[in-house]
Design a binder for this molecule. Sequence first.
Ligand code: ADP
Length: 496
Amino acid sequence: MSLTYLNSHQRLLKMVEEIEDYAIVLLDEYGNIENWNKGAQKIKGYTAAEIIGKNFSIFYTEADLAENLPTKLINEAARNEKVTNEGWRIRKDGTRFWGSVLITAIHNDGEVIGFTKIIRDMTAIKETEDALRKSEDRYHKMVSEVVDYAIVLLDADGNIENWNKGAERIKGYLPAEIIGKNFRLFYTPEDRKNRVPDQIISTARYQGRAQQDGWRVRKDGTLFWGSVTITALYDDEGIVTGFSKVTRDLTEKRKSEKAHEEHMLDLSRRNSELEQFTYIASHDLQEPLRTISSFNELLKEQYYEQLDDDGRMFTDMIEQSADRMRNLIHGLLDYTRIGTRKSLTEVNCNTVVQDIEKDLYKLISETNTTIISHPLPILQGLKMELIQLFQNLISNAIKYRKKNLAPVIEIRAEEHREHWQFSLSDNGIGMDQRYIHKIFMIFQRLHNRDEYKGNGIGLANCKKIAELHKGDIWVHSVLGEGSTFYFTIAKHIDHL
Ligand code: ADP
C-alpha cells in the first residue's frame, strides 16, 4: 500500500511510528502513555502492548522518583510550554540509558490536554564524555601532584594560570600568591634587564619549543639553578594561546658539577706545579752531584798514593752513592716527563710485546724465560709510555723470579664496555700482602737493593701511565707463589 492512500492524519501517525532514532511518545495530561513508536521500543525495550496505559514515571530511577521528578517535569512543561532534561533512565530489562528528553505540552482551547515526549538515547556520547572528563581530571590531578617538576601553564603574555606542587616546592609560592602574576618574576633583575625571559618566550613562540638553564629566584629571594623548557600551545587556527613551562631544580647537580670542575682545575694546577718543582729540583740536584763526583775523581787520581785502604774504600763508596743518586735523579726526571709527549696514536699491543721480547732477548734467554702472550688489542694510546709500562712489568717479572725456577710470564687482555683490562702474571717470588699498597709509590721497594737492583720508580711510572690512559693498576700476589699485575686502559680518551 502506498502512503498516498492514507489521509494526512494517518500519514503523520505512520511517520512518527516508523522513526527509530527517537522515542516519540504521546502522554495524556497525567503522564499516562497513549502511543509508542519504534524508536521508543528500540530505546526502552517495551512493546506498545506492554506499555500503553502505563505512566511515564516507570522509566525513572528510584532517586528521581523520590524527588518527584516526572511530575515536576510535566508540570513545568504545562507552565512553560516545554521542558528539557537529561538523566539516567531505566529500560524494561532494568539496564540504564542516558536519555535526553524534550517534553512539550499539547493544548486545546488553552487547556493542557497532554504532552509529547521526545527522547534520544545519548548513552554512548555520555559515556565517552564521562571517560574523557575522568581522564582529564586524572591528568590534572597528576600534573598538580608532581613534586619533582614545576609544571605551569602561561597565557600568551606569560601570566601564570596554574601552579602544581612541584612549582610550590621549587619556587616557594602558594597558588593563591602567584596565579595571575607574570613568569618574569622568577628571573634575576639582571636577566630581566637583558630580556632573557622575553627571549625564551619568543623562541618558543616561533620555534614551538625553547630550553634554557640558569639561576632563577625563589619567593624568599634565594637562587636555584633551573632547567626550563617552554612549549607553545596553539588553537585550531595555529595561533599561540599560551605556553606550558616545565622547570627542574638542578641546583644540587650544578653545585656538584661546579665543585668537580674546581677540584679538577685545582688538581691539574697542583700537578703541574709538582711536575715543575720536581723537574727543577732534579736539575738543580745534578749540579752539586757533578761537583761531588768530579772532586772524588780528583781525590782518587791525585791523592791515591797518600790514601790508605780505608780512604780508598771511602772514595769508592762516595762514587757508588753518587752513581745511585744520579740514577734516582734520572728516574725522577723520567717520571716527570711521562705524558709530556701528548699525542695519541694507534698502538698494537701485540707488536709492543714482541718488540720488548727482542730488546730483552739476552736477559730472556739467560734466564730461560717463557713469555706467553694471548691476543692483545690495538688501541689508541701513548706508544712510548705503553712500551715502558709493558717493559717495566715484564722486566720486574724476570727480576723477581724464584732462584730455581725458570720464569713463565703470561699476558692477557679482556675487553670491557669502557676499557681494556690487561693482566700479566708471573711465577716469581711474590709479595707480602701487607705491603702491597706501597709498591706503586715512588721510591718504595719491598726488596733489598743488594739482592735485587732497582730504585723503586718503575711501578710509580706504570701507575702514572695507566692513569694517563684513564685507567688504573693493581696487583694480586701471594708471597712465594707469584704475582699478577692488572691494569686498564680506557677505550675512548678525549683529552690527556
Ligand atoms: P724496583 O724494581 O726498581 O724496585 P718497582 O717500582 O718496579 O721498583 O717495584 C717496586 C717494588 O715492587 C719492587 O722493589 C719489588 O719489591 C716489588 N715488585 C715489583 N714487581 C714485582 C714482581 N713481579 N714480583 C715481586 N715483587 C715485585
